[in-house]
Each structure stands twice: as C-alpha cells, then as structure tokens.
Design a protein around this ligand. Structure first.
Ligand SMILES: [Zn+2]
Length: 74
C-alpha cells in the first residue's frame, strides 16, 4: 500500500474514496476521517533537484546538468 497516514489519528489503514478536483480523497478506516492528498507533481521537481545535485557532486558542470536534465537554472 501507499505511505499515507490519517492526519487525525496517524492510522495507516486508509481506503480510497474517490477523486475530488484533482485530489485523491481518502478515508481513514479507524476514525472515519476524510482527507485528501495532492496528486504527485511537485515531487517531480524535487526529483530533478536531487538528480541535479547528484550530477553536480559527480563533478559535472551546471551547464552539462542543465543539458542532461533539460531545465534551466535550478
Ligand atoms: Zn484516522
């Protein structure tokens, strides 16, 4: 399963209960609390930042990193 916890009781026994305005909605099976989690998207940016850092640490120039990843200044 996914690493999602109920924000109310920190229970991991969560069930999906549909998607509302682009957000996955979840229901806690423990306390019946409904909550939604933003869909992945921001984490892709984070992935690129980490990737860029790894390349940088390997001695690749920023110019090269930009070329490899395909983004301008991070
Ligand atoms: Zn709960």
């Amino acid at each position: 399963m996914q690493e999602i916890q109920c924000p109310k009781c920190s229970n991991e026994n969560i069930s999906k209960s549909g998607i509302i305005s682009g957000r996955q909605r979840y229901k806690c099976k423990n306390c019946n609390y409904h909550f939604s989690v933003a869909k992945l998207g921001k984490s892709i940016d984070k992935y690129y930042v980490i990737k860029a850092l790894q390349l940088y640490l390997e001695g690749i120039s920023l110019r090269e990193i930009e070329r490899i990843i395909g983004v301008s200044h991070v």
